[in-house]
Ligand binder design. Structure first.
Ligand code: AMP
Length: 433
């Protein structure tokens, strides 16, 4: 945490002063949390008092513990056997992370949670739901499946949490969320968290929250000030060579790279691996096991680079990411905020680097407006920006899964030639994800 912030805090703004159960205070200490973050200081007392809460907090602000701690406090001492808390989250990664956070914060208590999401077998989820696991953490689609099969019983539900509500709506989950909420007891505490509170989120909040306490941390839609932003304006065909050059820099220890599509993530991670950098990748077409292995490898430092698409990286919680690189410019400025929120967690310094083709200069300006500050345009010394696109080589027609999308007229793109084979060149138009 920033030193200034700690210094500005009153002594009674501590976890102890909030009256949390001693078991939770021990867990918090064991996790190394010395002081509550701003969202925790504002939210925990309100939730303990039984209020509904609508919280706008940036990623990395500590919002998960902000709602889990008071929820755990409430459940301690209650008899187990019925599901009393439901947390809805947009992605399986986020659901899995909340499950881990619950496990860590609830250490020493007998409170159990189960993440319920698609892409994995139903059976273990059915067992947990039928046994009335204390806390269910679910993505909306899979949970509705279970509800339709009558696997879940929420009659004893006390608390509903909607985490990353804005993203849930962006992903089209609003009808599912409404159906789920419609089937829950009306007498409950409801907590809603969202990176940004747009009109749609407010409408949803108005219909499911009662007299909520509003909590806002920091200016909305802005990533932490400690992040350094820079952009490289570079033609499409030079993005990979530029990335490879940058990855060789000494400070590039833990690098998250975003591409626009799953195919581009696949192709780029092959190229990065061929250049000799340990790399993993996550996107929507990868199995749960593959994603978990990729994340574990990245977290442990075995993989210096993780290539990801936006949806797959949503809610990603990896401490120590030093750089976020937008290999493809984000589709919209809010995605930029979400992407760079993956670095500089808990106020450490991080760097966000964006590649933009000359035609994307306008998109870059849009991001600067949202960010509220200019993004310096950098040029890498010694890099040959004038290298022409590689010549076209005639060969067998490209396989569909290797095609990629280009803006403007058909052009060519070089992919790093696999060892021992001549390079091959592709063109086409594809927007797969
Ligand atoms: P979140 O915003 O919930 O994704 O949390 C971001 C990261 O901050 C997670 O790795 C948490 O473990 C960590 N964290 C949460 N609360 C605190 C705290 N009070 N002090 C230090 N780290 C924290």
């Amino acid at each position: 945490m920033a030193k200034a912030l700690v210094a500005a805090m009153e002594p009674d703004e501590s976890f102890e002063a909030m009256g949390l159960d001693p078991t939770l205070l021990r867990a918090v200490r064991d996790l190394g949390y010395t002081t509550p973050t701003p969202i925790q200081r504002q939210t925990i007392p309100a939730i303990l008092d039984g209020h509904d809460v609508i919280g706008s907090a940036q990623t990395g602000s500590g919002k998960t513990a902000a709602y889990l701690l008071p929820i755990l406090h409430r459940l301690i001492g209650q008899a187990p056997g019925r599901t009393r808390v439901l947390v809805l989250a947009p992605t399986r990664e986020l659901a899995a992370q909340i499950e881990t956070a619950l496990h860590d914060l609830g250490r020493g208590t007998r409170i159990r949670g189960k993440a319920v999401y698609g892409g994995v077998g139903m059976e273990p989820q059915v067992t947990a739901l039928r046994h009335g696991v204390d806390v269910v953490i679910a993505t909306p689609g899979r949970l509705l499946d279970h509800m339709q099969r009558r696997n879940a019983d929420f009659r004893a539900l006390q608390v509903l949490v909607l985490d990353e509500a804005d993203r849930m709506l962006d992903m089209g989950f609003l009808p599912d969320v409404r159906r789920i909420v419609g089937a829950l007891p009306r007498e409950r505490q409801t907590l809603l968290f969202s990176a940004t509170i747009a009109r749609e989120v407010e409408d949803l909040a108005r219909s499911i929250l009662r007299n909520p306490v509003k909590v806002q941390v920091g200016p909305p839609r802005r990533p932490p000030d400690t992040i350094r932003h820079e952009a490289y304006v570079v033609p499409q065909h030079l993005k990979t060579p530029l990335l490879v050059d940058l990855l060789g820099r000494e400070d590039m220890m833990s690098v998250l790279v975003f591409t626009r599509t799953k195919r581009r993530a696949d192709r780029l991670s092959r190229q990065v691996a061929q250049a000799g950098f340990p790399v993993a990748r996550i996107h929507g077409d990868r199995s749960q096991g593959q994603r978990e292995a990729a994340l574990a490898g990245f977290r442990s430092g075995r993989h210096q680079v993780l290539v990801a698409t936006d949806v797959a990286a949503r809610g990603l919680d990896v401490l120590g990411i030093t750089h976020v690189i937008n290999y493809d410019i984000p589709p919209d400025p809010t995605d930029y905020i979400h992407r760079v929120g993956r670095t500089a967690r808990m106020d450490a310094v991080g760097e966000a680097i964006t590649f933009a083709t000359p035609e994307e200069e306008r998109d870059l300006q849009e991001i600067e407006r949202t960010l509220g500050r200019p993004i310096p345009r950098e040029r890498l010394a010694g890099f040959d920006y004038s290298a022409p696109p590689p010549p076209r080589v005639r060969g067998p027609p490209p396989r569909a899964r290797q095609r990629q999308r280009f803006r403007g007229p058909p052009s060519r793109q070089r992919s790093a030639p696999p060892r021992g084979r001549p390079g091959h060149y592709r063109r086409g138009s594809h927007r797969g994800d």
